[in-house]
Design a protein around this ligand. Structure first.
Ligand code: ATP
Ligand code: MG
Length: 255
């Protein structure tokens, strides 16, 4: 079972869109996938048409429920642990608790089994929720918006990942940087891509997710882009990303 977090403390870079559509693409290829909504905004849950009112990840963080009690089926290969706005209370409530960064990891180990992939969506901050996700993960996928200033914000994220590695999860890796919201007509976007590839080399996914209005529209129908606009360039890009990730993961496990 591979556990990947989608993380970037910058808001609106495509974390949730990537989590949702990458998970759906992997499930369509036949992998069993669970997505975990670790964001009080709950965009991942609503984007899949799931409401967390009858049980959500806040119940798990506050030790009232286990993950397997609240997990919901989206299709026969895709499951979701939904969130709710209540989760916003978590960061303040557990401040004093010991092992507060390890709650999610322990809960996943305890009850989440039989999945090929677990993808965790995180909020736009480097607070306790994102830390829980990083501690629970094998690797991080970092969506980067194709615009100039986004590169500067990466320094803080990389520092946090380094710290988590040193103190809490030594095996944490960066799975890859993903260019999202990429507008080929903008010269700036190409400059950002060139700089990202120069600095992070083969850690940058070959797949680039274009700016596509279908990707932005799909969540308001509670659908992935594959159900909303299966032939759109956004759908094609996320399928390509899923295949690129599978190929890379298979190569690694045969070493
Ligand atoms: P937050 O930090 O607030 O959680 P996020 O990083 O999860 O944001 P998303 O919610 O995935 O980012 O995307 C931000 C907005 O951009 C959303 O309205 C989404 O529908 C839209 N969007 C994401 N990716 C694309 C794309 N490739 N093309 C067009 N619109 C996109
Ligand atoms: Mg989001």
């Amino acid at each position: 079972m591979k556990i990947y977090s989608l993380a970037n403390q910058k808001g609106g870079v495509g974390k949730t869109t990537t989590c949702l559509n990458l998970a759906m693409a992997l499930s369509k290829i036949g992998k069993r996938v669970c997505v975990v909504d670790c964001d009080p905004q709950s965009n991942l849950s609503s984007g899949l048409g799931v409401n967390g009112s009858s049980g959500n990840i806040y119940d798990v963080f506050s030790q009232r429920k286990e993950l397997d009690e609240i997990i919901r089926e989206v299709n026969h290969n895709l499951f979701i642990v939904p969130s709710t706005f209540d989760l916003v209370g978590f960061e303040t409530e557990v401040k004093e608790e010991e092992k507060k960064e390890k709650i999610l990891k322990e809960k996943i180990i305890k009850t989440i089994k039989n999945f090929d992939y677990v993808l965790i969506d995180t909020p736009p901050s480097l607070g306790l929720l994102t830390l829980n996700a990083l501690v629970a993960s094998n690797s991080v996928i970092i969506p980067v918006q194709g615009e100039y200033y986004s590169l500067e914000g990466l320094t803080q994220l990389l520092k946090t990942i380094k710290k988590v590695k040193e103190l809490l999860n030594p095996s944490l890796r960066i799975r890859g940087f993903l260019l999202t919201l990429f507008d080929r007509r903008l010269r700036l976007a190409h400059a950002v891509e060139a700089e990202l590839r120069r600095v992070f080399k083969d850690k940058v996914f070959k797949t680039v997710v274009p700016r596509s209005v279908r990707l932005a529209e799909a969540p308001s129908f509670g659908k992935s882009v594959f159900d909303y606009a299966p032939n759109s360039k956004g759908a094609l890009a996320y399928m390509e990303l899923a295949k690129e990730i599978l190929k890379g993961d298979e190569k690694k496990s045969s070493w």
